[in-house]
Each structure stands twice: as C-alpha cells, then as structure tokens.
Design a protein around this ligand. Sequence first.
Ligand code: SF4
Length: 458
Amino acid sequence: MSNSHNFKIAAKKIASDEGHRKTIQFNISRYDAAVSKGMARYKNVELAKQEAAAIKRDVLQNWDNYLIEFEEKISARGVEVLWAKDTEEATAYIKQILKDNEARLLVKSKSMTTEEIELNHVAESVGCESVETDLGEFIVQVAGERPYHIVTPAMHKSKGDIAKLFNEKFNTPINSTPEEMTEYVRQVLRKKYTSAQVGVTGANFLIADIGGISVTENEGNGLMTTAFPKVHIVLAGIEKIIPKMNQLGLFYPLLAAHGTGQQMTAYNTIFTGPRSLNEADGPEKMFVILLDNGRTNVYADDEAYESLACIRCGACLNGCPVYKTIGGYTYDTTYSGPIGSVLTPFLRGFKDFSHLSFASTLCGKCVEVCPVKIPLTDILLANRRKTAEQNLRPGAEKMLMQGFKLMGSKRWGFDFIPGKLKNFGTKPLNYLGWGPERTMPDFANKSFSQQYRNKKTK
Ligand code: SF4
C-alpha cells in the first residue's frame, strides 16, 4: 500500500471518529481563546510579524555566515559542534557520545528535531534508557505513541484518557485529577534527572552573535534536564539560527502568543557552554549537533525555501480545517498540518509524501495566522505542480484532467454536452473521490450561458 493510500484510509476513519473530534475541538477552542487574549496584548501584532519575517528572510540570505558565526562563538567556550548531514550521521554522533560517557539513562526535553531521528530508539539501541520529561511527551511515551502535535504532543487525549492510561501503567487512581497526575509524574522525573548521565534538548533559537542556544518551555523540565547530567547534547535544525540575542525580545513573545496564547513562555534559558570552574551546576561537556536532514533541499527550491523561516509555533496546525478533522497521526510524519505538508516532501521525498500537499483546502487560514508570514498555500500549490511535473499523480487523474481541459477550455465544450450526460459521467467519479457521504448537486440540463441566451431571445 502506498503512503497516499494509507493516508486516505486513515483520514476517512478518523474524520468520522466523534470522540476524537470532540477532544480536538475542545482543546483547540481553549487554544483559540488563549490566543485571542495573547494577541490583544499587542498594540500592533502585524508590525511584529513583519519584523520577524524580515529577520528570518535575512537569515535565509546569509544563512552560512550566521551558522559559522554561531559555531565560532560557541566553540570558543568549549562546546563541540558537530554537523550532521542526515539522520544516520546524527545518530552515529549520539551513539558515540552515549558510549563514550557510559550512559545508561538519558533525560530529554521536548524537541521535534529529536523526533525526526527517533532519538529514543537510538538511545535504546545502545542500551540507554531515554525518558521524556515534558509532561505531554511523557504521556505519549507512556502510551507508546509519537507526538500528535508539534507544540502540544498529547492534544488528542482528554484528562479522562490520561487518567485511564496512568491507571493501567502506574496503578494511580482511575479518577486522578490533572494536578494529582502531574504531581505523580514530577516525583518519577525527579529521580530520573538526578541519576541520568546525559540530558538532551533541542533549540528554539540558535543565536549567532553570542553563540547561544535558546530553549523556551513551561515546566522547568528543560532546566532540570541540563542542570544535573554531566553531558548536555543539543540537537538543532540548522534553520533555527537568528542573528542577534536582542532579537529574542521580538521572537519570545511572538512564539508564546502564537504557540499557547501566553505573553511569555514560563522558562526561557540561554545555554552558552558547559559549566565553568566557578559554577555549581550544569554539564561538564556540551555538544551541539547541527542537523540538515533535507533542510538544504528545501533551501535549494526557489518556492519552498521560505518555509525554513518557521519557528514551530503550531498556529497553522490549530487553524487548519484539515488538521482539525484528520488529526496529527494521519499525516504519519514528524511535522504535520500545513507546515508539515509543505516540508515533508522535501525532507523525505516527493515520491512518498507529495500527497500531503493535496491535503489542504487552500483556505488561507494558515497564512493568516503564521507569525513569520510564510506563504504556505502558495508553496502547497507549487508542490502540487512539482508533483504533477514529476509524474507522481495517478495516470487516470492525468487523463481526466486532460479531458477536462479539452472540454472546459472553450465555452462550447461545456454547452455541447447535455446536463444528463455530465451527471452520468461525473457521478461515479465524485463517488470514488469523495465517497458516499457527500452528494454533488446535479448539473442543469442546459448550461448557464444557454439559459441566458434563451432568456435574451424571448
Ligand atoms: S509555518 Fe508559521 S504558523 Fe506554522 S508552525 Fe511555522 S511559524 Fe507557526
């Protein structure tokens, strides 16, 4: 079965799952209410978005210079910077670091880049337990699942679902409240932080002028992940670079407002190197792995390159009517929703993932909400064109489109075929494409222009 076929089957199934729909609608309605408040704090959010978009476009024009500046600055403070072209290289580096440091336990804060390389499996393959410390990530790890959403990994679970899961796995009371479950997880994780040999984080921003790594989070788990273990590994996508530290004043609130509706995320940390001689805590060794993994393929594309400006706020997912209907797992990718549909064909190949570019109504909501003004719908359309140019659409669709072009490019083509014949020809196709749930309106027996002409001659 092709990915495209599996996608259609999974989408159809989940779209009619009322429980899933209810949970997503509830969680996104809370997000929408929080974001409205977050936006109201801005005097001129449009100006902030324009500034952020301009900075990120400047990064894309001078990408190599900023990355080299970052590397020079952070290396000078004793951080080892490793460049990984793909998952294999990143995985090899991590395995080596875990082996060199005899790591048996690794704690990890939330990072979609680590999902890209399936870090938990990588660690386990060399005998190192890997524990997620973000509450949402912890929940999906316990459930044996992957993150459902790039910002809120357990968005698809209600508090009842989580209480049931914890009851099954940890024997906590089935009617536990969110506070009680959080307290339980806190106790479990405390022991993990203090006994782990390695802490892993991602990076929200790589700061070129100071050679720093910015991590923003709401639970303090990122700080704990880096405070106790002797080794800190940062795995960051190379697009995360920003030129200057003082630009965080713009990006922090913008990311928080679009990601969760907060004014600022609760904990904002800048890591600049391993513990120095006069510091009491922090890692003794620090590694930064800069991951390409297909990002330079995106960069090489004249139309898609702007998607590298993404700051992973998740707003386009929450606004997307398709994402809200089919949910995160249907995409079967690390990055889902509109940004996932744009990026994944470049990261993992058009052959297997170009169908995602068609999973959009092109309503434009994603473009409207994006804080860095990525023209997502334009790129989706361009991806569709590339898919057709590479002959990756079904042959029958191609023939159908050619027939439609022949018939629809001239007025007489439409007028010539009577309504009954149009209905006869299109009904089975609509049934196949859209399924029995939706019925297409009938074509009138005479076209609009024929009816108009008839009226005029009377
Ligand atoms: S594309 Fe824009 S809206 Fe979507 S996650 Fe990235 S920054 Fe946020």
